[in-house]
Design a protein around this ligand. Structure first.
Ligand code: HGY
Ligand code: MN
Ligand code: MN
Length: 417
C-alpha cells in the first residue's frame, strides 16, 4: 500500500522521528544511545514524543510516575479501552529501536487509522511507559506502578549504580514519589493491550519472516550473589592463606552458564551482567564480590530449577573456599501467556495484509509482561538485523518497521471496534 492510510507515508515520518529521538543521548562518545528514565535528556524525549502525539490528534498527559499517555477518545465512553505502546528510555549504549518503535509506531498507526477514516468505539491509549529498562536494578518500574506493584517504600529501595533512589530521581524530574499510588489503574477498565517491538533476537531473520506474533513472554528471576572473604595485601598474602571473594564469584559465573545450559526446558537463559569487586584496588585481594544474576524462561518451573541449582552450587563454592555467601532477591516475575483474542487480531491483520508471520515466544521482557498479569495482552515483533539489540548496531530496515506498524494498525482497528 502506498496511500496516505499506510503508516510511514507521512513523508517517512516514522523513520525521521526515530532518528530525531536517537539524538537525545547522554553518552554519544561511548557509542550507542544512553537515555535513562527521569534524566533531563529523557525529559526532553518525553516533550518531543508528547508533541508527536498531539500532532496525531491524541490528548496527552503524564501520570504521577512519568508514564506518558496519548488518548484517542472512543465513541462509547462506557466501553473498556485499548492500550498500546512501549518505552522511550534506553539501557546503556543501546540502539535506536528498542521500545521506541512501540511508541512512535503506535502514533504512526493512529495517523494511518485516521487517514482511512476509522473512528474507534473503544478509547485508544498510546503509552510511553517510564523506566522499562532497569536503571534502578529492576525493569518496568512505570508499568509496575500502574498495576500497583510498587509501594512508596519500594521507591526508596530501588537504587541505581550511582546510589540514586527511584524516589530521588522522580523528585528530581519534578514528580512527587508520595503520589505513586495515584498512578494505579483499574485493570478491569482495559479491554486489551498490544505492544509493537523489535524482536531483539534472530529467529525472524533466520526464517525470513517479516512479522512475529508473540504467544508468551519469558520473565526474569533476578538475584544478587554476595561472596565475602578477606581483603588482604595482594603482595604479602601467600596464595595458601587467601579467601579471595572474586575467585569464588568467578566459579559461580561459570556455574550460572552451566545450570542454564542444562535446563530441563531447553529455553532457560542465565546471565551475569554486573560484577562488583571490593575494595576494587589492584593491590588488594577482593574481600567482597557481588554478582547480579538474570535467569529467564517462559517455563517458570524450569527457571526455578535452574535458580535453585545456581544457589546450591554457589553455596558449595563458598564452603570450599572459606567464603560466606548472601543471596539477595532482586525481582521474581511471572511469565505471561498472551491473550488468544489479541493474538487472533494480529493474525487476522497479517492475513489481511498477506504478510507471513511466525507465532513465537519473547525471550526479552516488556511492559506487556507486567500488564499481562491483569489484562489481555499481545505483542507484534519485527526482525532485528543479526539478532543484535541493546547495542549501537541494533537495526531494523524502514520497510520492516512499516510492516510492523501496518499489523499494529490492523490489530488496533479490530480491538477498538
Ligand atoms: O531486559 C529486557 O528484556 C528488556 O529489554 N529491558
Ligand atoms: Mn530493552
Ligand atoms: Mn524494550
Amino acid at each position: 500500500m502506498s496511500d496516505a492510510s499506510r503508516p510511514g507515508t507521512g513523508p517517512g515520518r516514522l523513520h525521521a522521528n526515530i532518528a530525531a529521538l536517537a539524538e537525545l543521548n547522554d553518552d554519544p562518545a561511548a557509542g550507542g544511545i544512553t537515555r535513562e528514565v527521569y534524566t533531563p535528556t529523557y525529559g526532553r524525549a518525553v516533550e518531543l514524543v508528547s508533541e508527536w502525539m498531539r500532532e496525531a490528534g491524541l490528548h496527552v498527559g503524564l501520570d504521577e510516575v512519568g508514564n506518558l499517555y496519548g488518548s484517542w477518545a472512543g465513541s462509547d465512553r462506557g466501553a473498556s479501552y485499548v492500550m498500546t505502546g512501549s518505552h522511550i528510555d534506553t539501557t546503556l549504549n543501546a540502539g535506536a529501536y528498542d521500545g521506541v518503535l512501540g511508541v512512535l509506531g503506535a502514533i504512526e498507526a493512529v495517523h494511518a487509522l485516521r487517514a482511512r477514516g476509522f473512528t474507534p468505539r473503544r478509547t485508544l491509549q498510546v503509552v510511553a511507559w517510564a523506566g522499562e529498562e532497569p536503571r534502578f536494578g529492576t525493569g518496568c518500574v512505570g508499568s509496575r506502578c500502574v498495576v500497583g506493584d510498587l509501594s512508596r517504600a519500594d521507591l526508596d529501595r530501588l537504587v541505581d549504580r550511582d546510589g540514586v533512589t527511584m524516589a530521588a530521581a522522580l523528585s528530581e524530574a519534578g514528580f512527587d514519589p508520595d503520589e505513586v499510588r495515584d498512578a494505579v489503574i483499574n485493570p478491569s477498565g482495559v479491554h486489551a493491550l498490544v505492544e509493537l517491538h523489535i524482536e531483539q533476537a534472530i529467529v525472524l531473520e533466520t526464517h525470513g519472516e517479516p512479522i512475529g506474533v508473540v504467544e508468551a513472554i519469558a520473565a526474569p528471576h533476578d538475584f544478587r550473589l554476595v561472596f565475602e572473604g578477606a581483603a588482604t595485601h595482594a603482595g604479602a598474602t601467600p596464595m595458601s592463606l587467601r579467601r579471595d571473594a572474586l575467585v569464588g564469584a568467578a566459579e559461580a559465573v561459570v556455574a550460572v552458564e552451566r545450570a542454564a545450559r542444562a535446563s530441563s526446558s531447553g529455553t532457560t537463559v542465565g546471565t551475569v551482567g554486573v560484577v562488583r569487586a571490593l575494595p576494587g584496588a589492584i593491590n588488594v585481594v577482593p574481600g567482597v564480590a557481588a554478582l547480579d544474576v538474570d535467569v529467564r524462561d517462559s517455563d517458570a518451573a524450569a527457571r526455578e530449577e535452574v535458580v535453585a541449582r545456581i544457589v546450591e552450587e554457589s553455596r558449595a563454592i563458598a564452603e570450599a573456599r572459606g567464603l560466606t555467601l548472601r543471596v539477595e532477591e532482586i525481582v521474581i516475575d511471572t511469565p505471561v501467556t498472551c491473550s488468544p483474542d489479541v493474538v487472533a487480531a494480529s493474525v487476522a491483520a497479517c492475513e489481511e495484509l498477506q504478510y507471513n508471520y511466525r507465532r513465537m515466544i519473547s525471550g526479552a521482557y516488556h511492559d506487556a509482561m507486567i500488564l499481562g498479569r491483569k489484562v489481555p495482552v499481545g505483542m507484534i515483533f519485527v526482525p532485528s538485523r543479526g539478532g543484535v539489540s541493546h547495542h549501537p548496531d541494533e537495526y531494523t530496515a524502514p520497510e520492516e518497521l512499516d510492516r510492523g506498524v501496518d499489523v499494529l494498525a490492523g490489530t488496533l482497528e479490530r480491538l477498538c471496534r
